[in-house]
Design a protein around this ligand. Sequence first.
Ligand code: SER
Length: 603
Amino acid sequence: MKAKEIRQKYLDFFKSKGHTIIPSESLIPENDPTVLFTTAGMHPLVPYLMGEEHPGGNRVTNAQKCIRTSDIDEVGDTTHHTFFEMLGNWSFGDYFKKEAIEWSWEFLTSSEWLGLDKNRLACSVFEGDDNAPFDSEAFEIWKNLGMPEKRIARLGKKENWWGPAGETGPCGPDTEMFYWVGDPNKVPDSFNDDHDSWVEIWNDVFMQYNKTKDGNFEPLAQQNVDTGMGLERILAVINGVDDNYKTELFANIIKKIEELSNLKYGDDADDEYIKNGKRCWVNTRKQFRIIADHIKAAAFIMGDNKGVAPSNTDQGYIVRRLIRRAIRYGKQLGITKELWTKEIAQIVISDYKEAYPELEQNYVFILNEINKEEKKFSKTLEKGLKEFEKKGNINGKEAFDLYQTYGFPIEMTKELAEEKGIEIDEKEFKKELKKHQELSRTASAGKFKGGLADSGEETAKLHTATHLLNAALRKILGNHVYQKGSNITAKRLRFDFTHNEKLTVEEKQKVEELVNEVIQKDLPINFEEVTVDEAKEKGAIGVFDAKYGDKVKVYKIGSDKNLFSMEICGGPHVNSTGELGEFKIKKEQSSSAGVRRIKAVLK
Ligand code: SER
């Protein structure tokens, strides 16, 4: 079965169960300052899990592109990836455990759908702890479906609890499904999640709680379902291969790496090489997988509609880290060709462009950026490695110098140090980093883990302020003003818009005054759900490529008599402008040709 077919079957199945099919969201989260990437299908849906109405109704399904940087170190085995696709279905306060589990079972085992052997399936449920009880409901549902009790493991929070993605937010017990990828004639009677041959394929999360700042678990007003199935894994399982990298989703990429390195992937015997006159063995499968995974992930991040180029900060730093790590492993495989990473990126684009057309639209950008990055790094890699080899240990300053002079991401230096068995003083390195402010906030702030806004309220306020600012700019500067970008942290908003000149002192003042006037009027904020065409007709501004099928949300600030702003937007927003406090522009500067940037705060 092909990946395309599985994607389609999944969506068709859940459509037949009353779900609206929604497109994949961007890999770069909107209005969420606490994470760098979309890490799961549920991520862009958090407002709806918290009670906002979704234009697609209370049952939705999709295939979502995801990046999990927390799994970077696991990449190299048969099942982990930085980039993966997640098939998911959600209930926003609609169906709950019974339907979710029964549908998962039906989809996996019915001959009409995936037709997996029931005898090779097992599952786990939450065993209970101080915060929440044993999930006996899920347990009973599985039993009634015919799952033998010995195949239903009861596990703790580490395994059977999902979320919140950050410090706070929706979360709950989950039930995971596993498939036996070992010898079909030797499926054990009981399930043991430590055994490598039991591969997790699907996770049904029952989001009944909201974790609060003080660490309590409050029942959520609505009970939700959030499920996620990794496409790469299910593809491998269905086709009976024991390695995701041997599936169609990697085949062409791996073939290219074979061609470039003159090695063969997946030979059982480890490959031998000579280093410093000594015979060494390297399991080249790991290198192959890391290169394939990292370049794919980098291509997807650069090729996103909010695409990011390699840089020293935030998402850009991750792209840099992925490409540079791939280059280093390429060197280990003996790839000598110059500018080879783009050849792999090209394959990623052509393999995925049908499912994700943005890759083709951003083709030139992806190839240019990866080329530039490789050029930059391959010049210094060799010298940096030589420098590194001389060292008996690495202190923070030296690790920092390797970064500064040779462009070695800290994580790469750490990896090199581990391979050599020497320690690295990260604390000291971080101190050095702080001194050099332009460097990655990402690396220093440990932002990789991801997390949803634990500052939800502040974010919503700044988000509403962004709409006010957008409308005020149009009223004061003219209707040529269009939003070019928006980024919100817990502390400030940043807004990019089309305008050719620097704002005068008066203009800035007028904009500020107008926004504050609207705040003082305490105008209500409401939304309605309409089709894209209706939204256009009404004169709503915003991005018109329909996000959720046909219907979109239009947020209005003010009632019809004193309407101040009308924008297509997913939310969330505060209920009325009076909640915002005082609006203050902190900075106005150029962002790029014809685009200005404003940073503003609420006091
Ligand atoms: N959020 C859950 C996961 O990522 C299910 O989608 O596993």
